[in-house]
Design a protein around this ligand. Structure first.
Ligand code: UT7
Length: 327
């Protein structure tokens, strides 16, 4: 039976840093509030005029190709997970292919908000396991700063810009994407959405003036669901695969709030050293957060390590994946 393994990983963050001190001069907040409530110290911001998420995504893809020694022409498919597409249409994936010189691939976007990476990875794995494709790139590219209101202290400390990409290929070894559980609850959109700019309420002078083209989030509601749903989906996928906490080498949760991560992991019984966290330096980078974290810690991971990835985001959309590391 064919399995789908991750054979390479790379990430890219812009150079510009926005730290808590700088934010506290922009809005009524403090380093102390942000650090204790969310666990973020700094985030990266893409400041190049006229560049969107595809800029970040293409950089991550170029690095991935270089590091895996893969030629651009070998890639058959690129799936881009993003909540911040360059345009309503065409897809950001198509722009990434053009920028990174992927002339033989076809490409499309997936919108599953912060769960986008694991959802897209499951799709890539299905193409590989079925034998339909042999080299697929999943890239999560998020210029979150494009939809953040930097006058709103409730949301502007939370988000950062980043991209990360993985190469997915077939293997006969028992590694790679083993199993996943996903859920969606569309009623959750009232708590986390961009109210205007879509087909329900196209952007207009009025929507812009009302701030409806920025992220709207009712933090406490989202917090509650994020803790419960990442916990239950992680335990669910572990149970389905007869895994206890002792069997799992690392848990890699979506990085939205350090307190959410601590609540999920302590309730599941994971010791701190088994939980990979990098929110302090990047904030919430939506779909990019899990692969960005994996890339940062890849030196600690070894082939055969059993990983649980879990994410929760707008929709609500959430789930967990059992992945056996394969690099
Ligand atoms: O990635 C997608 C999923 N998103 C998430 O998982 C995010 C989930 N939510 C959260 O992480 C948290 O709810 C937040 C970080 C967004 C907010 O933390 P909280 O502990 O839930 O704070 P809160 O919204 O209940 O606000 C508590 C207080 C309020 O003041 P009062 O009403 O108690 O006087 C806020 O006005 O903190 C105030 N506040 C701030 N104070 C200083 C809110 N933002 C700030 C700020 N600086 N930046």
């Amino acid at each position: 039976m064919l399995n789908a393994k991750i054979s390479g990983i790379a990430s890219y963050v812009p150079d510009d840093i926005l730290d808590n001190e700088m934010l506290s001069k922009m809005v009524d907040t403090t380093d102390e509030w942000i650090t204790t409530r969310v666990g973020i110290k700094e985030r990266r911001i893409l400041k190049i005029e006229g560049e969107g998420s595809s800029y970040l995504g293409a950089k991550a893809v170029e690095k991935l190709l270089a590091e895996t020694g893969t030629s651009a022409d070998e890639i058959e498919l690129v799936i881009c997970a993003t909540s911040n597409p360059d345009y309503r249409f065409p897809s950001t994936a198509s722009v990434i292919c053009q920028k990174a010189g992927l002339k033989k691939a076809y490409a499309y976007d997936i919108q599953a908000a912060c769960a986008g990476f694991i959802v897209a990875l499951e799709d890539a794995a299905a193409y590989i396991k079925s034998g339909l494709r042999k080299k697929v790139i999943v890239v999560a590219a998020e210029k979150m700063s494009s939809m953040v209101d930097y006058t709103d202290r409730a949301t502007c400390p939370l988000f950062g810009d980043a991209a990360a990409a993985v190469l997915v290929e077939p293997t006969e070894e028992n590694v790679g994407v083993i199993d996943a559980v996903f859920h969606v609850d569309g009623s959750g959109r009232e708590h986390l959405l961009m109210k205007a700019g879509g087909s329900v309420k196209p952007a207009s002078v009025e929507t812009v003036m009302a701030g409806e083209n920025f992220i709207y989030q009712e933090g406490r509601q989202v917090y509650k669901h994020a803790v419960t749903d990442m916990l239950t989906s992680s335990l669910d996928v572990m149970k389905r695969n007869n895994l206890t906490v002792d069997d799992v080498d690392y848990l890699i949760p979506h990085q939205a709030n350090l307190r959410i991560i601590e609540a999920v992991t302590s309730r599941a019984g994971f010791p701190e050293e088994k939980v990979l966290v990098n929110i302090e330096h990047y904030g919430n980078t939506s779909a990019a957060s899990i692969p960005l974290c994996l890339d940062e810690y890849k030196g600690n991971l070894k082939k055969g390590d059993k990983l649980i990835l879990t994410a929760f985001g707008a929709g609500f959309t959430w789930g967990a994946m059992y992945l056996v590391w394969s690099i």
